[in-house]
Design a protein around this ligand. Sequence first.
Ligand code: NAD
Length: 356
Amino acid sequence: MITVAHDALEDLVTEMIGRAGSNPEEARQVAHNLVEANLLGHDSHGVGLTAQYMRHARTGTLTVNGHVSLVADNGVYLLLDGNMAYGQVTGGEAMQLGLDRARTAGAAIVGLRNTHHLGRIGAWGEICAREGFISIHFVNVIGHKPIVAPHGGAEARYSTNPYCTAVPATDKNPMFVLDMATSRVAFGKARVAYNAGKEMIEGALIDHHGLPTRNAAVMFEEPRGALTSFGQHKGYGLALLGEILGAALLGGPVTDPVHEGKDTICNNMLTVIIDPKGFGADIPFASSIDAMLGYVTSARPGEGVDKVRVPGEPERETGADRRANGVPVDPGTWALLVEAGVEAGMDRHDFDGIAV
Ligand code: NAD
């Protein structure tokens, strides 16, 4: 493993994204979002995506220096088009417009369609939670070959369609962030196993016959297999809601054969923003959460587990560690970063100089 201080890594990726055509502000926003994903332990959504983003910028399947445009404004409803601009930009713009609306209308329902990759969806929930609002996100992912099999199916038909809900912090608890892919594991975890020649956990993959396998090569070599949904039919149902609520409802593209042939990542996202005081300021929402979480996490830990955690807690723990001790980057990902940087005219020493 190579270890890099997070601020040096952010500067490096800012330079790379800038060389792919972004203005300095956009390059910084993208790099900050990717490095934050690494900091929080989600390497599948971190700097390993830089080379892919740069390729999309070069081939025009990503609009550099783009922004959202307003498609419809109807009471609490706001519909935005992301114009295939960086999700790190459009996601932030959508949340700000949604929060402005929620402050005046009490709630907001924001559709963001046709945006390039939104990265870690929790980043958008956390913006709302920091401002005191609950947010619920349904998302679909298209623009490349499908990688997840429907429950009961023997081949892939859709992608890792994430779901997220974030709730503001209370007096006793930090913000609650449930942020997850609807596949058993994120695609990036299969890549890590494949690069390292390691077997995947049981139940995460099927081969091209539809049979269970632990060999991650089925995701990268022909004949292709697929990821499975988490919780069998339940994760599958939630993933379909990503298609129905996150895309179809907004007039955005759903998973279909037409979009499979493209080399990009397109997200469509429905965000519902709720004011916790919407049902009445006298409802003891925060203290109910504190009482409930206190009780639930008091459960005796199972064998090999140090304590019962709450969603969002593993990310905070990993974040504290990586901020202090640096971000680990696997050699395969690092080599891809160096290659993409050198191809964009950077010096190999820019990379060697910050790697430990
Ligand atoms: P994960 O499985 O690591 O975590 C999922 C959730 O479970 C998190 O909220 C986490 O805090 C919680 N959790 C983990 N361990 C826990 C424990 N021991 N106790 C209690 N809660 C626990 O995440 P994932 O499914 O691999 O997703 C990774 C990231 O990928 C997410 O940020 C997601 O938004 C992102 N993603 C994005 C896209 C996209 O197209 N933009 C697609 C798929 C996934």
